[in-house]
Design a protein around this ligand. Structure first.
Ligand code: GLN
Ligand code: ZN
Length: 775
């Protein structure tokens, strides 16, 4: 039986983020479209050469993207919203980037958090962006309208196939499948799936062109097959592949990010020629798929983790795959596109070598597949050396003292139910907190960060490079902090923050101070477009060698008589934004982080903090793909938050912040977190999103964001008063706080100053009105 090695997609950004720099140079006008196109060609050629050299038999084309593969698909289909003034024909670069980033001259560039808002009248704003399944990669949400027409509007798929062919690579082109694309789309007055019939002819045309160009196989990605599907989606899949599997190239249908589950029969019955399944997330599905697959269905087994950075246990994989390989032809592949892992471990210089030997990035993962395939094909003896090396690395990791900290294990074992419960119910705590804090009604605060100005960034960069020493940097941060505290006091905010100038990325800030986390210098992963992140690598038991934020808090509190919030990032968010251990459940890692942050909470309280905020920006986005798995996740996530927050006295007020407001599905869990105050994003929805809290009769206090910080726009006092009035119609005034809807770090001081002054004025107006109503 033959075994081949395939990749489903390779990182596009380049080993040294070459794409980012080419894009940004183009966007800023420093280079032209030809230069960008040349850079992109260079990256593609290098990626093909690399994959080939590493031993991949089947290499993809079309997996490259200048911005996002969902956007590429929208461009291919000519699904360009009217506001971009596109008049048909090919979707050119300016239209493509307008869809990605908004049009030039408008509020084009994205800020660090993502997009500028889109509800303020400028009609060339970017398409919405959201997370790709349960990854931290963001895609551009396709927008569809009733009567939407489609036409083949991009030659990308064929062009890149031919480009590879000219270089001597026979590739398997990758397309995002029509059903997943429609499932991810947002329809205005139309159910996206109802447009399938008009979408399919474009796919048929692309496939026909690819066949003419010489493609014998295509890879069509339908990750929606791992979701809970309704009947319409199932019918759509059947219809689509009945049509797309004839005439054109053979179809390798790729599923990933989870188990096919109840869609196994659907998937194996589709008339496609190959089926890729994710055996990292769902190893157990091998049997079910293998049993059901027609003999002529080519199975592609995703056995190497495309979502994480660990070296694989090759011996174990050989044992698992051998019985299947004895029976049928196989393709071995990473579980999903390698887009989600860094490119090459070999260029990483900052890692502890002991940790480094446990890792595999995209390049190394293809190497692992090649070894696996050869071992299965020609016997383990033919690759004895690399197998031995893999074995040694896996064994070393299993027993390394870097990973296993008996003190952490002992503490975890000692966690009891009392540690996840505050001493008293909310009503009692509230009275104690009121007595201690003496806040007015409609208390005002901010979410934590203040503008990260060019000066702040410059000082940080200079400090990292060693151009300024610790003392000078700290002095600089103190001056920034002091000025910010003084200003907040002056404008009359009630609960102050220190401004977070010492933090860049909040997860990195805490990860760097906790043991068990490693940080890299060059292990970049695409987040969206040109934006890349270096997720921390959580490799071992987490402990907190010493307090992390107490000194900064103490300094900030020393500058004011008003309450200074302690500012922490919660365990679930730290977990969800890191590469995490695969040798224990996520929930176990999360509990370790929770214990470490709990210690910090208790130390802040001991230092005198009366208010402590624990941000859980990523709690909701960590929801599993299948609804049946939600509750288990929510249970441990909430439990970890409570473990973090419950070690304090009644009169210490715990805040949390979440950067979104679609809470409807998860309100009981939000309630179960039992934070004294939660701040959420609601400014853009006219407080409608508070309805869920009202219906649920959420008992604790809430700060619905009244200032949308995602846009540079400065809200007027009247507007915020109006929002607060709307909030007051939904929830009792005593429950309400007044705050922006997220941190201010991406904004400019020129925007923040007038906005917060107006916000304080709005709160004061509400108080006066309340007093008047009461009289
Ligand atoms: N405290 C953080 C800040 O203000 C919260 C950011 C977030 O939740 N994304 O920046
Ligand atoms: Zn936020």
């Amino acid at each position: 039986m033959t075994i081949s090695v395939a990749t489903l997609g390779f990182p596009r950004i380049g080993p040294r983020r070459e794409l980012k720099f080419a894009l940004e140079s183009f966007w800023s006008g420093k280079s032209d479209a030809d230069a960008l196109s040349l850079a992109a060609q260079g990256l593609r050629a290098a990626a093909w050469a690399r994959q080939k050299a590493l031993g991949a038999d089947i290499i993809p084309s079309g997996d490259f993207s200048l911005y996002d593969h969902v956007l590429d698909t929208s461009a291919m289909l000519g699904a360009v919203p009217a506001r971009y003034g596109w008049d048909g024909g090919k979707v050119r670069l300016d239209t493509y980037f307008a869809m990605a980033r908004g049009a030039q001259g408008g509020r084009g560039a994205q800020d660090a958090k993502g997009h500028e808002g889109c509800a303020h009248g400028l009609d060339s704003t970017a398409q919405e962006m959201t997370k790709w399944f349960d990854t931290n990669y963001h895609y551009m949400v396709p927008e569809l309208v009733a009567g939407q027409e489609f036409a083949l509007s991009s030659g990308k798929a064929v062009d890149e196939f031919l480009e590879a062919k000219a270089l001597g690579y026979h590739t398997r082109p990758v397309l995002l499948g029509p059903v997943t694309w429609l499932t991810l789309a947002k329809g205005k007055d139309v159910a996206p799936l109802s447009l399938l019939d008009s979408v399919l002819p474009v796919y048929e045309e692309v496939l026909a062109q690819l066949a003419r160009a010489g493609a014998d196989w295509v890879q069509i990605d339908e990750p929606c097959l791992v979701l809970d599907l309704d009947d319409d989606q199932r019918e759509a899949l059947k219809l689509a592949y009945r049509r797309l599997s004839v005439n054109g190239p053979k179809v390798m249908l790729a599923t990933y990010f989870g188990a096919l589950g109840d869609n196994v029969e659907l998937a194996t019955d589709l008339p496609v020629h190959g089926l890729h399944i994710d055996l990292v997330r769902a190893p157990e599905q091998l049997d079910a798929v293998w049993r059901r697959a027609r003999p002529d269905l080519l199975l592609s087994l995703g056995v190497i983790d495309g979502r994480n950075v660990w070296r694989a246990d090759l011996d174990a994989l050989i044992d698992r795959i051998a019985p299947v390989a004895a029976e049928r032809d196989l393709v071995l592949a990473p579980s999903c596109s390698l887009l989600h892992v860094p490119v090459d471990l070999a260029i990483e210089a900052a890692l502890d070598p002991e940790v480094g030997q446990w890792l595999a990035f995209a390049v190394q993962k293809i190497g692992e597949l090649a070894v696996l395939a050869q071992a299965l094909d020609q016997g383990a003896g033919s690759v004895a050396e690399p197998l031995a090396a893999a074995r040694a690395a896996v064994a070393a990791r299993r027993t390394s003292p870097l990973i296993h900290n008996p003190a952490v294990a002992a503490r975890l074992a000692a966690v009891d139910a009392g540690m996840t419960h505050r001493a008293s119910p909310f009503a009692d705590r509230r009275a104690a907190q009121q007595a201690r804090l003496g806040l007015p009604s409609f208390p005002t605060t901010t979410i934590g960060s203040f503008p990260q100005t060019p000066e702040v960034r410059k000082a940080r960069a200079a400090h990292i490079k060693g151009e300024i020493d610790d003392l000078a940097y700290e002095q600089f941060l103190r001056v920034e902090t002091a000025a910010t505290v003084e200003w907040q006091e002056k404008i009359g905010l009630d609960v102050l923050v220190h401004g977070e100038f010492e933090r860049n990325d909040m997860v990195q800030y805490f990860g760097e101070q906790l043991s068990g986390f490693a940080f890299t210098r060059s292990a970049w992963v695409q987040s969206y477009g040109s934006r890349c992140v270096r997720p921390p690598i959580l490799y071992g038991d987490v402990a907190r060698p010493k307090p992390m934020t107490v000194d900064w808090w103490r300094y900030a509190q020393s500058l004011t008589g008003r309450p200074m919030k302690g500012m922490l990032t919660g365990p679930v968010t730290i977990l969800n934004w890191s590469f995490v251990r695969d040798d224990q459940p996520r929930s176990a890692s999360c509990r370790e982080i929770a214990l470490a942050i709990r210690d910090e909470v208790i130390d802040l309280e001991a230092a005198g903090a009366a208010v402590i905020q624990i941000d859980e920006a990523a709690l909701r986005e960590g929801l599993p793909l299948r609804r049946a798995d939600w509750q288990a996740y929510l249970d441990w996530a909430v439990d970890c938050f409570r473990l973090t927050s419950s070690g304090v006295r009644d009169d210490t007020q715990i805040h949390t912040h979440m950067c979104y407001s679609e809470f409807n599905d998860i309100l009981p869990s939000i309630g179960a977190m039992d934070a004294d105050v939660i701040s959420i994003e609601t400014a853009r929805s006219q407080m409608e999103l508070l309805d869920a809290f009202a219906d649920y009769a959420y008992p604790n206090e809430i700060g619905p964001g009244v200032y949308d910080i995602h846009a540079p726009r400065i809200p007027a006092e009247a507007e915020m008063t109006e929002l607060l009035t709307l909030a007051g119609k939904r929830l009792p005034a005593e429950q309400l706080w007044v705050n922006p809807d997220c941190g201010l770090k991406t904004r400019k001081w020129e925007e923040v100053r007038p906005a917060l002054i107006a916000m304080v004025a709005a709160a004061q107006r509400m108080r006066v009105r309340g007093a008047y109503d009461a009289a």
